[in-house]
Design a protein around this ligand. Structure first.
Ligand SMILES: C[S@@+](CC[C@H](N)C(=O)[O-])C[C@H]1O[C@@H](n2cnc3c(N)ncnc32)[C@H](O)[C@@H]1O
Length: 225
């Protein structure tokens, strides 16, 4: 296998993965899976795709890097196949609602999974709510910046944590552990909203919405006092 170099985002996701049989849903190019093998994951890793182009590229990449003993490829939509031999699932690089939808409509439920490693690129609030409803809780979470955007990587195990709305919005683990990337994100957004609220060009209803966002940010920032 030629040396696999991956983005800091994929590296953070890889750091959360345990050495159990795992599925990477929407693996795309398969770099994460190749990197996991390079780092010593013994497989089996099941890399899935639901689109023909990415699926072909994925299969080609796995074969080209002689990783087929560890990584199998499957053309599948979400968790619509028999995945009950796997203990871990990774779903990264999609919207939070899309990830939530894949988990909620899993054909055989989520009982076999010890770990979920999730990286929502939007709507983390919705995802955290659904994950809670499905009987999982975050045991580790880390925020990262990529291309001017800020995302959490969330590792979940079975269980339930009492969470209020601020915790669902920003992540209980990240708030309680004073994640610095989240802190900078909150400060940046506080400044942005403070500025917008001073503008006379913004309608009253938009201002009310911004004020609600600002209050949520202030609730988040209370963890850093
Ligand atoms: C933006 S890419 C992210 C790739 C990789 N997971 C990452 O984090 O870099 C999302 C990939 O997920 C695939 N995808 C989206 N919905 C899917 C689904 N329901 N089942 C399987 N793959 C899906 C897309 O085809 C696309 O290749």
């Amino acid at each position: 296998m030629s040396e696999i170099k991956i983005s800091p985002r994929l590296k953070k996701i890889a750091d959360m993965v345990e050495p159990f049989p795992c599925i990477d849903i929407g693996a795309d190019h398969g770099y994460l899976d190749l990197y996991l093998v390079q780092r010593g994951h013994k497989g089996p890793i099941l890399a899935t795709e639901n689109k023909k182009g990415p699926y072909k590229r994925l299969c080609d990449n796995i074969a080209k890097n002689s990783a087929s003993d560890y990584v199998n490829c499957l053309f599948a939509d979400g968790l619509d196949f028999d995945y009950r031999d796997y203990q871990e699932v990774i779903i990264a690089g999609m919207g939070g609602k899309q990830i939530a939808n894949i988990l909620s409509s899993a054909k055989y439920g989520l009982n076999n999974f010890l770990y979920l490693v999730l990286e929502p690129q939007s709507d983390a609030y919705t995802l955290r709510k659904v994950v809670d409803k499905l009987g999982f809780k975050a045991v580790c979470e880390i925020y990262l910046n990529e291309q001017e955007k800020t995302y959490p990587v969330i590792k979940c195990i079975k269980g339930h944590d009492e969470c209020d709305e601020t915790m669902f919005k920003y992540g209980k683990f990240s708030l309680e552990n004073n994640d610095r990337v989240l802190y900078k994100y909150l400060i940046k957004n506080k400044i942005r909203i403070d500025r917008l609220l001073q503008s006379e060009l913004i309608s009253k209803s938009s201002k009310n919405q911004l004020k609600r966002q600002l209050n949520q940010i202030k609730e988040g920032l209370r963890y850093y006092e």
